[in-house]
Every structure is written in structure tokens, then in C-alpha cells.
Ligand binder design. Structure first.
Ligand SMILES: C[S@@+](CC[C@H](N)C(=O)[O-])C[C@H]1O[C@@H](n2cnc3c(N)ncnc32)[C@H](O)[C@@H]1O
Length: 184
């Protein structure tokens, strides 16, 4: 079974439901200001942004506000439950600048060099997002001056080192806990 099929699994969706509630909780918002964290990624109005593993939309809704009406946010996840949840939120807020996409981020289906900023927020390391496959795909979709923004929780571990070792990205800065990389 591939990752996209797994995302449709009833058992998996049921198991991940409580995680979704925690991810979108007011307590989390109180602990972590999503807007401040997103500002660390340097998102600008009018940008095209890919959010990998949007979950229940903790970062999606504020990111949509930061890019404004002229921007486009692609909020991607494999889990049907989360995709439905974010789609409902986007509809309720009448956001026209968000595309909610159910898809495996290892094969986004997006055009080459079409994205200004990729957000890997709270998604790596994750078993279904191996860096040796994820990073080449992110490198492919990013524009030449595009930014790979990585927020790691609770600890960064070896991830920043692995990103550099891929040889695909160069480190730029760390702001508000967000590691920023340019593609080579
Ligand atoms: C720990 S959650 C983080 C969710 C969200 N970024 C947040 O911080 O609230 C990881 C998310 O990555 C998604 N995910 C895992 N593997 C994926 C893949 N191959 N493609 C797209 N999304 C994936 C999961 O379904 C889950 O929603």
C-alpha cells in the first residue's frame, strides 16, 4: 500500500483523530504563536507557498492571511480526515487563496520552480516523509531563489545537518525557531 492509499485508511484516520485535536488546540496556540513562527519563514504577501503536512490547519489559516489575496497557499496532506478538516475551515473563512490538496508530498504533482516558500513545519522527521525523497522533490518545486523553511519540534536533532548533507540546500538563517535554506 502506498502513502496515498494509507491516507484513506479508516483505522489510520481514526487513530490520528485525537492527534488532530491536540494539534489544533487553544493550548497549543497559547504555547506557540503560529503567526510569529510563520514570520520566521519570511513569508511575503503575494507569494506561492507549499505547506507540507498541513494537519488540521494550525499554520494554514495564519499563513493564508500572511500571503494575502494575491498569494496562493497549497496546503497538502495525505490523511483524508485532516484534509476534510482544513477544507471545512478554509470554506468557513471564505479563503480564496488556499488550495487544499490530498497528496503524498514525496510526489507533489506541482510544477518545477513554481513555489516561493516551502513550509516543513512540524513534519520532519516523519517515517512517511524520508528526507532522501522529500528534499529532492522540494528542491524541484522551489524557484531558484525559493526558501525552504523548517520548523522542528520538540528538538531539531540531526535534521539541520541532514538537510545540509543532502547537498541540495544551503543554510541562510534561523529566525523565531525556523531554519531557512536556499536551494543550490
Ligand atoms: C505531526 S503532523 C504536523 C501537522 C501540522 N504541520 C502541524 O504542525 O500542526 C504531520 C503531518 O504530516 C502529514 N504527512 C505525513 N506523511 C506525509 C506525506 N508523505 N505527504 C503529505 N503529508 C504527510 C501527516 O498526515 C500529518 O498531518
Amino acid at each position: 500500500m502506498n502513502t496515498e492509499d494509507l491516507g484513506n485508511s479508516k483505522i489510520l484516520n481514526l487513530l490520528f483523530k485525537p492527534a488532530g485535536v491536540i494539534m489544533g488546540s487553544k493550548f497549543r496556540k497559547w504555547l506557540l504563536n503560529p503567526v510569529k513562527t510563520l514570520r520566521g519563514a519570511g513569508i511575503q504577501p503575494g507569494q506561492t507557498v507549499l505547506e507540507v503536512g498541513c494537519g488540521t490547519g494550525f499554520f494554514t489559516m495564519p499563513a493564508a492571511q500572511l500571503i494575502g489575496d494575491q498569494g496562493c497557499l497549497v496546503a497538502m496532506d495525505v490523511l483524508s480526515e485532516y484534509i476534510e478538516c482544513v477544507s471545512r475551515k478554509v470554506q468557513a473563512a471564505d479563503l480564496k487563496n488556499v488550495r487544499v490538496v490530498k497528496r503524498d508530498a514525496l510526489d507533489t504533482g506541482l510544477g518545477a520552480a513554481s513555489i516561493d516558500t516551502v513550509l516543513l513545519f512540524g513534519v520532519i522527521p516523519f517515517p512517511s516523509l524520508p528526507l532522501n525523497r522529500l528534499l529532492p522533490e522540494m528542491h524541484r518545486v522551489l524557484k531558484p531563489e525559493g526558501n525552504l523553511a523548517v520548523w522542528l519540534f520538540p528538538v531539531s536533532g540531526w535534521v539541520p545537518k541532514w538537510i545540509l548533507q543532502s547537498g541540495l540546500f544551503t543554510y541562510i538563517s534561523k529566525q523565531n525557531g525556523v531554519y531557512n535554506y536556499r536551494r543550490f
